[in-house]
Ligand binder design. Structure first.
Ligand code: AMP
Ligand code: GLY
Length: 446
């Protein structure tokens, strides 16, 4: 038994008073913190893993989570858009901080609801989430505030849209105006492809809405710039690059992302400063000026073109799979970062100088149709890498595939090439009949 020390009464009072002040004003300095993470993918697994490194965090809940997340957090069977249920859960479990992964939860107004009820949440309001959920809103904002992006026009009418395509020719880019899980964009190389995309979006309403953006086709290196943002405060994360196409050599259909790496040798310090000062900060300021101040992760999907850096898209959340390579490089306490940004203090954000690279293991057939329920074996034999689950579930103690993107395997090493070799060696140990991956992740940098 521990020896208890005698503490004079007035000391106890002082200590108590101090802890009351901490509780009211400064989540930053408290321990035994409970955090709720919303989402069920690799991104949320990486957020939970980063939070798990904080000595201040003692309980992590994840709603709904997945089989991998269940190893490091308590998974809660509430869907990411069941915001009333999530609120009740956070209240009854005295959650100190909620961190939101998916756009659907933000678009469902989770941040607004939690804030109204006095709960701390790191995620954008429904209004501010339009930067992602409405491409028209995002494009109009960029136009109004002179933020560099590809030229565009908005259409609801198929005939007018086709006339625009005839005038501008191909390649041309057609984007559905709403959330489509990364699948509402068609880079039409031919007239026939443009016609088919417009037919899908404006005639048969494949995704639901009735508006499209048609954009100038631009070319260059794409990169992802995520920043922690609160109003006009913008704190950049390490840069990453995603690989959107399904197959090696950047071929095949667009996906939610097939792999990522960080840092990016082809983006210079000047490029980064330009992206921060001419794109990310002005966008945060523009959102404040428009009355929809942003709090959360603002993600710039940017392209370095011959005519400078331009915005391809904004997201109102951590990128997936970029988060799975960026957060493993964060050496600072992410719980502190979230709280500092929420309380408008300057956070300490430091990065591991090593490179990180990660590969998505996807179900054969993804991003089109695919089957689930294939057993994944030998995952526990992987060494020196981090495995994030994207779409898995347990059937008893059998781990099964349960989504299009199933696993994400990240490795860190001094060079990107070394990290890549390590991860590929480890991935080869995974035994599953229905997975494929792109082995060329990072090819632009290696
Ligand atoms: P988005 O969902 O808007 O990020 O678009 C998905 C992918 O389509 C991007 O990562 C780009 O590879 C491509 N893309 C989008 N817009 C353009 C554009 N204006 N020009 C060329 N490629 C584009
Ligand atoms: N990796 C792209 C996205 O998160 O939308």
């Amino acid at each position: 038994m521990k020896k208890s020390k005698f503490i004079p009464n007035f000391f106890v009072k002082q200590i108590r008073n101090r802890s009351i002040n901490f509780a009211e004003n400064n989540t930053h300095n408290r321990n035994n913190m409970k955090v709720l993470v919303i989402g069920a993918g690799g991104r949320e697994h990486a957020i939970c893993a980063a939070l798990g490194k904080s000595p201040k965090v003692t309980e992590i809940y994840c709603a709904p989570g997945n089989a991998g997340i269940a190893r490091i957090a308590h998974c809660v069977a509430i869907g990411d858009t069941e915001v009333d249920e999530l609120l009740r859960f956070a209240q009854t479990h005295s959650v100190d901080l909620t961190v939101v992964g998916p756009e659907a939860a933000l678009a469902a107004g989770i941040a607004d609801l939690f804030t109204q009820h006095g709960l701390r949440i790191f995620g954008a309001s429904k209004h501010a989430t339009r930067i992602e959920s409405s491409k028209e809103f995002a494009k109009n904002l960029m136009m109004k505030y002179d933020i560099p992006t590809a030229d565009y026009a908005v259409f609801a009418d198929y005939t007018e849209a086709m006339a625009y395509v005839e005038r501008h020719g191909t390649p041309i880019v057609i984007k559905y105006d709403g959330l489509a899980a990364g699948k509402g964009v068609v880079v039409a190389m031919t007239h026939a492809e443009a016609e088919a995309a417009l037919h899908d979006m404006l005639m048969v309403h494949k995704f639901g809405s009735d508006r499209v953006i048609i954009e100038e086709f631009i070319q260059g290196q794409e990169f992802s710039f995520m920043c922690f943002v609160n109003g006009t405060d913008v704190y950049p994360m390490a840069l990453a690059q995603d690989h959107k196409r399904a197959f090696e050599g950047d071929l095949g259909p667009n996906t939610g992302g097939m792999g990522a790496y960080s840092p990016l040798p082809f983006i210079t310090a000047e490029d980064r400063d330009f992206a921060l000062n001419r794109i990310m900060k002005p966008t945060a300021n523009a959102l404040v000026a428009e009355g929809c101040s942003f709090c959360g992760v603002l993600y710039g999907g940017l392209m370095k073109t011959a005519k400078g850096i331009k915005v391809i898209e904004f997201n109102a959340r951590f990128g997936d799979p970029e988060t799975e390579v960026v957060l493993p490089r964060l050496t600072s306490d992410i719980f502190d970062v979230f709280n500092d940004v929420l309380d408008r203090r300057t956070p300490c954000i430091e990065w591991d100088s090593r490179a990180a690279i990660g590969f998505v293991l996807a179900s054969k057939g993804y991003p089109e149709s695919y089957r689930k329920g294939f057993e994944i074996k030998h995952l526990d034999t992987l060494k020196g890498v981090e495995v994030f689950h994207m779409g898995t579930k347990y059937d008893g103690d059998r781990l099964l595939t349960n989504g299009g993107r199933v696993l994400f395997v990240t490795g860190l090493a001094v060079t990107l090439a070394e990290a890549r070799e390590n991860v590929l060696t480890e991935i080869a140990k995974i035994d599953c009949d229905n997975l494929f991956y792109r082995s060329d992740i990072g090819y632009q940098a290696i």
